[in-house]
Design a protein. Structure first.
Length: 392
């Protein structure tokens, strides 16, 4: 378990676009919850660190992510961030991707929970209560690919021709090629975290999602290594001859083909709980499930390594509504709630969670929600933060 001091320093990145709207209410809500829960015995010292556009203003025009920022995020272990603009052109990688890779944040954690009253496209959104563990560093998503017509592709095609691959399937010269690496330890460390989370949080099951029926060694490997890990490291026993199995405490480890899973979350969401996914599948699932319970304005997230935990709003910078006090701060505030829980400050986390639930139920909400809620009143970003505090 983490050893968090009573007066921790927590670095935060304000974020670009609506980051300037949603970060101040997040800080205010968290400080109030901590004060209410611990009455001055505990207090967070916020330390601003710079990334994205703001970094280019504080440092210089080419510094989107400074070594200083990276070092701070690593040293202080727990941090929280708003959305970041990725510079167009100039060969700069997405800042989010850079952060994930440099800090080896291999888990993208996305809880999917429904708050009563939130507009949803499904009839029974309250049946959805899941936690997605998406692998963050591998898969076709790692970006190892070459454009059609390049020398690299020629070399790969020659190699594949030698292997006889091109005889078996249609494979024109003019192809772009991508590589899908899925490693044993990369899969295991992700699924290990998912199973441990299920145990720590008394969840019912862990579902390994995959397309192993088609991609036997990559996606199928993910499934097989997951079951292997469940047995070898967590003492799981086969159910009815397998492959599903059960941990000694009753948690079921099962698997589901990824396309079927996207039907399942609409048809039988109550059958799923903790979900482990490879990078690309996890990307699709996270967005679909977020929409099911109210959209990106309210979807929190975290990126985790074995040591570092970075909590973040899952939406983008929404430049059109930036600086106008219109954005919904719920995604960032619920990310902060996850952060408090991660720190073991459960009482403060519960205050935030209940505050958000009651603020939504009071129907005084930001425009993204009020426009679709009968009898709702639209309030600004800052005012919605105050609503949460009022209901704590
Ligand atoms: P980026 O290029 O950084 O991804 P974006 O505008 O595409 O910026 P997204 O998060 O992808 O940002 O959002 C798509 C749309 O959803 C936004 O244009 C905005 O209308 C809406 N949106 C996103 N986040 C919020 C929020 N927190 N509150 C209200 N509306 C939001
Ligand atoms: Mg976007």
């Amino acid at each position: 378990t983490l050893n968090v001091p009573d007066q921790p320093i927590i670095p935060f990145i304000e974020g670009d676009g609506i980051g300037i709207d949603i970060t101040p209410p997040m800080v205010k809500v968290v400080d109030t919850a901590v004060e209410k829960a611990y009455g001055g015995k505990r207090k967070i010292s916020w330390m601003e660190v710079y990334a994205g556009e703001k970094s280019t203003m504080v440092y210089d025009k080419d510094t989107w992510l400074s070594d200083e920022t990276m070092a701070t995020l690593k040293d202080y272990v727990i941090s929280i961030k708003g959305p970041l603009t990725t510079p167009v052109g100039g060969g700069i990688r997405s800042l989010n991707v850079t952060l994930r890779q440099e800090l080896d944040l291999y888990v993208c954690l996305r809880p999917i929970q429904y708050f009563t009253g939130v507009p949803s496209p499904v009839k029974h959104p309250e049946k959805t209560d899941m936690v997605i563990f998406r692998e963050n560093t591998e898969d076709i998503y790692a970006g190892i690919e070459w454009a059609a017509g390049t020398e690299e592709v020629k070399k790969v095609i020659n190699f594949l021709s030698d292997m006889g691959v091109r005889k078996k399937i249609r494979f024109p010269e003019a192809s772009s090629i991508g590589i899908k690496p899925v490693s044993i330890d990369g899969s295991k460390r992700l699924i290990r975290k998912a199973i441990q989370y299920a145990i720590d949080n008394n969840r019912k099951s862990v579902t390994i999602t995959h397309k192993g029926n088609i991609m036997k060694f990559t996606e199928g490997g993910f499934r097989d290594w997951g079951y292997q890990l469940a047995k070898e490291e967590f003492g799981a026993e086969l159910i009815d001859g397998g492959p599903w199995c059960k941990l000694p405490n009753g948690i079921v480890i099962k698997d589901c083909i990824a396309d079927a899973f996207l039907q399942e979350i609409l048809l039988h969401p109550e059958d799923y709980d903790v979900v482990a996914a490879l990078n690309l599948n996890g990307d699709y699932m996270s967005d679909a499930l977020a929409a099911q319970v109210g959209g990106i304005g309210i979807a929190p997230g975290a990126n985790l390594s074995d040591t570092v935990a970075m909590f973040e709003a899952t939406h983008g910078t929404a430049p059109k509504i930036a600086g106008k006090n219109l954005a919904n701060p719920s995604s960032l505030i619920l990310s902060a709630e996850m952060m408090l829980r991660h720190m073991g400050w459960t009482e403060a986390a519960d205050l935030v969670l209940n505050g958000v639930a009651k603020a939504i139920a009071s129907k005084r909400v930001t425009g993204d929600f009020s426009s679709q809620m009968e009898g709702a009143t639209q309030v600004g970003t800052a005012e919605f933060g105050d609503e949460i505090i009022k209901h704590m």
